[in-house]
Design a protein around this ligand. Structure first.
Ligand code: GLN
Length: 280
C-alpha cells in the first residue's frame, strides 16, 4: 500500500474516534515506523510500504483511537531542545512547562555554578534542560516514584549529564539534604473535582500521582513551599508551576513562608503558569 492512502486511512479511523489531531497523528505514527521525517511522507506519497510495517501502523492507530497519547506510543516526547524518554509512569512533558525553562534561563543569565533542586522531577525534563543550557550548574532531583527515578536516570545518561546530577527516590517530607540556590518544581496541582473532568487522553493514561493536588489542588504546592523554605539559601529562588487559578493562594502561602514574590509568568495562552519568588 502507498504512503498517501495509508495516512488517509489512519487519519479517517482516528477522526471517527474523535481524535482532533487525526491527520497529524497518522503522519507522526507512520513516519516513526519507517524512521523518516514527516516531510518525507509528503514528498513521497506514492512510495510503497511493506505489509510488516503496515501492520505495526494499524496496531498503533488502534491504540491511538482508544485515546492512548502519541508520546506513550512512541516512548518519547520533545521538550525544550531535547527528546525525552517517557512512559505511562511519568507526566508527559508539556509545552506550557517550557515557560519555566525560559523564566529560569532569564533569571540565571549572569549566574555561574548554581546548585539546583527539582522536587518531583518526573521524566527529568525541567532540570535536565536547565543543566544542558547552564554548563556549570549542578543538580539534584527527587521523586517519590521509583519508576520516575529510573526513567529520569535513563534520560540523564541519554543526555550525557550523569556527572552533574544526583537523583534520589524520596518523598518530599523525608528529603532534607543540601542547600540550594534555586529550587524548581512542577508539583501535582489539579484539584480532585477538575481531575475527573480532564481530557480523557490525560486522565485515562497519565499517572494520577503526578496530577492529584488534593481537594483544593494546593496540598502538594504547600509542601513544596514549606520544604523549599528550609532547603534554599538566603536569597535563593523558588520557581514553581501552578494552575491558572492558583496565583492568589500560592502568593499568600509564599509570603507566609518568608518568600518575596518576584513575578507571576503567563503561558502562551495568557494564563498564569509560573511563580518566581525569593527566600528572604
Ligand atoms: N499541566 C498539567 C495538566 O493540565 C498538570 C500538571 C500538574 O499537575 N503538575 O495536565
Amino acid at each position: 500500500m502507498e504512503i498517501l492512502s495509508i495516512i488517509n486511512e489512519g487519519s479517517k479511523l482516528l477522526k471517527k474516534s474523535k481524535i482532533s489531531s487525526h491527520l497529524l497523528d497518522s503522519e507522526i505514527l507512520l513516519s516513526t515506523i519507517i524512521k523518516k521525517k514527516r516531510e518525507y511522507l509528503i514528498l513521497n506519497p506514492k512510495k510503497q510500504i511493506s505489509d510488516e510495517k503496515l501492520s505495526i501502523f494499524k496496531d498503533l492507530i488502534y491504540k491511538r483511537s482508544l485515546g492512548k497519547p502519541i508520546a506513550h506510543l512512541l516512548g518519547k516526547k520533545d521538550f525544550w531542545k531535547d527528546e525525552f524518554l517517557v512512559s505511562e509512569n511519568v507526566l508527559i512533558p508539556r509545552p506550557d512547562t517550557e515557560i519555566l525553562i525560559e523564566t529560569i534561563l532569564k533569571l540565571c543569565s549572569q549566574k555561574k555554578g548554581l546548585r539546583i533542586l527539582d522536587i518531583g522531577l518526573g521524566s527529568g525534563c525541567i532540570i535536565l534542560s536547565i543543566l544542558r543550557e547552564k554548563k556549570d550548574f549542578l543538580g539534584v532531583g527527587i521523586d517519590i516514584s521509583k519508576k520516575c527515578v529510573e526513567l529520569s536516570r535513563k534520560n540523564t545518561i541519554k543526555m550525557g549529564l550523569k556527572n552533574r546530577i544526583k537523583i534520589f527516590k524520596s518523598d518530599i517530607d523525608n528529603f532534607n539534604s543540601g542547600k540550594y540556590d534555586l529550587i524548581v518544581s512542577n508539583p501535582p496541582y489539579i484539584n480532585r473535582f477538575d481531575l475527573k473532568n480532564l481530557d480523557r487522553n490525560v486522565v485515562d493514561f497519565e499517572p494520577t500521582l503526578a496530577l492529584d493536588g488534593g481537594l483544593d489542588g494546593l496540598f502538594k504546592i504547600k509542601k513544596v513551599i514549606e520544604k523549599s523554605s528550609k532547603l534554599l539559601k538566603k536569597n535563593g529562588k523558588l520557581v514553581i508551576e501552578i494552575a491558572y487559578d492558583q496565583k492568589d493562594m500560592v502568593c499568600k502561602m509564599l509570603n507566609y513562608n518568608n518568600f518575596y514574590v518576584n513575578k507571576v509568568v503567563r503561558d502562551y495562552a495568557k494564563k498564569d503558569r509560573c511563580i518566581v519568588s525569593t527566600k528572604i
